[in-house]
Design a protein around this ligand. Structure first.
Ligand SMILES: Cc1ncc(COP(=O)(O)O)c(C=O)c1O
Length: 427
């Protein structure tokens, strides 16, 4: 019931009054979807929205998002650094930056690459991006015409599939096994005439499988790129997060002539700053810089300088040691609880780094349909299907252990096991 007070308030306050007018207008709203660009229509994208929507929910044990654990966020040190930058260097930290990134920040990232990869990028071979996905968007925008073929691992990071499809690429999957991308299958496809412009791979502790590409496969892939003239986009989002031993040499460090490395600080620093890097042939980097000028123009200067100060202070490398131990412990807990609770016939990967375990349930299980049952049990995972460019993955699920508290892992996996078991009994 609307009272006199409500009415007078509505008359007096602008926003409320315009809300009323807004509702009337909404009832006669147009069908905006009818005007959607062709390249946007087939995109979907509900999966990532759903994952991010769960970010703040406390009543669900969520294995869904690839979120770093906030325990790894360097809040206190960063508060000091941010305060100092804002008071002492506002002209840089609060200003627009060069599109390719602040020079001192590029210098820091270049030095870090030299120490972890063996050699630094050459002149013009490095830029700062707004996270890993920014690089995929920029490369797609710069190099893909409608119908161009892009090869991805099947399964792969669904944000990358969306970025390539967003520019109407013909995205083709090549399967992975315990040694990573099946280069033999790729070689057959190339021999049969497939001519991709780009091959996108996550060689280290891959999203979603947790698997790593072996050194021989890396050499084979580089050989194929040189022979057939395609660009390898190497996404190293999880490369620094190994549990015991570092993964084999990066593709970019072996073959900077045919590889663009896309890195992100989201998983090893914090995603709140949205920062990453792209390292590759100078000609390509210069194109990406032009493409960035008409998207976000530059990555946020405050975040860039915070990262630089944090890194130069030695904090990032110390944080990495703690992060590796944390995620290794979670992965081990996951392995124990999966063994205890998964129904017979279910298999899963054993990652040696990163955030993910990839579970394959017996044939016939539909993990998309079951995600509602899982939600009813207050547990969340991402079903396998969206990670494939085609229709596979119906009986698979991705479990991210990175942000689930140790003490909730057993209960969460028990609930998922129960949901799968019920589905199998009902078959
Ligand atoms: C393989 C991979 N690349 C890139 C990203 C996105 O990174 P960012 O959040 O820095 O854009 C993710 C995030 O989950 C990822 O798993």
């Amino acid at each position: 019931m609307t009272t006199a007070i409500d009415q007078s308030h509505a008359i007096l306050s602008g926003p409320a009054a315009s809300n009323t007018a807004g509702s009337a207008a909404r009832n006669t709203a147009r069908d905006w979807d009818a005007g959607l660009a062709r390249r946007t229509r087939a995109l979907g994208g509900g999966e990532i929205t759903a994952i991010l929507a769960l970010a703040g929910s406390s009543d669900v044990i969520t294995f869904s998002g690839g979120f770093p654990d906030p325990a790894t966020f360097p809040a206190e040190v960063l508060a000091d650094i941010a305060a100092r930058l804002i008071t002492e260097d506002p002209g840089v930290a609060l200003q627009y930056s060069a599109t390719e990134g602040i020079a001192s920040v590029r210098d820091y990232v270049s030095g870090r690459l030299a120490s972890v990869e063996g050699s630094p990028p050459g002149p013009g071979e490095l830029m700062i991006t707004s996270g890993g996905i920014d690089c995929m968007e920029l490369i797609a925008k710069s190099y893909l015409d409608a119908g161009d073929a892009v090869v991805v691992e099947a399964p792969t990071y669904l944000g990358a599939i969306m970025a390539f499809r967003g520019y109407e690429a013909d995205v083709r999957g090549v399967p992975v096994d315990g040694d990573g991308l099946r280069t033999d299958v790729l070689a057959d496809l190339l021999a049969a005439g497939l001519r991709p412009k780009i091959l996108y791979t996550i060689p280290d502790f891959q999203n979603p499988t947790g698997l790593t590409m072996s050194a021989p496969r890396r050499s084979e892939l580089i050989g194929l790129a040189r022979r057939y003239g395609f660009l390898i986009v190497e996404d190293v989002a999880y490369r620094d997060l190994y549990f015991e031993n570092p993964p084999p040499r990066s593709l970019w460090s072996i073959a900077p002539d045919v590889v663009l490395q896309a890195g992100t600080f989201s998983k090893i620093f914090c995603p709140g700053v949205r920062l990453g890097w792209a390292a590759g042939p100078a000609e390509i980097i210069s194109r990406l810089v032009v493409a960035k000028q008409n998207s976000d123009q530059c990555s946020g200067a405050l975040g860039q300088r915070m990262l630089e100060e944090y890194g130069r202070g030695g904090y990032l490398e110390r944080q990495l040691i703690a992060s590796r131990a944390l995620y290794a412990r979670r992965a081990a807990l996951m392995a124990q609880t999966l063994t205890a609770h998964m129904p017979e016939g279910t298999t899963w990967t054993t990652p040696t780094g990163g955030f993910y375990i990839w579970v394959t349930a017996p044939d016939g299980v539909d993990t998309v349909a079951l995600s509602a049952a899982a939600r009813a049990q207050q547990v969340a995972y991402v079903p396998g299907r969206p990670f494939y460019p085609g229709d596979d993955g119906g009986a698979q699920i991705r479990l991210a252990y990175s942000r689930v508290a140790d003490e909730l892992i057993d209960e969460g996996i028990r609930r998922i096991g129960a949901v799968l078991r019920t589905a199998l009994e009902e078959e």
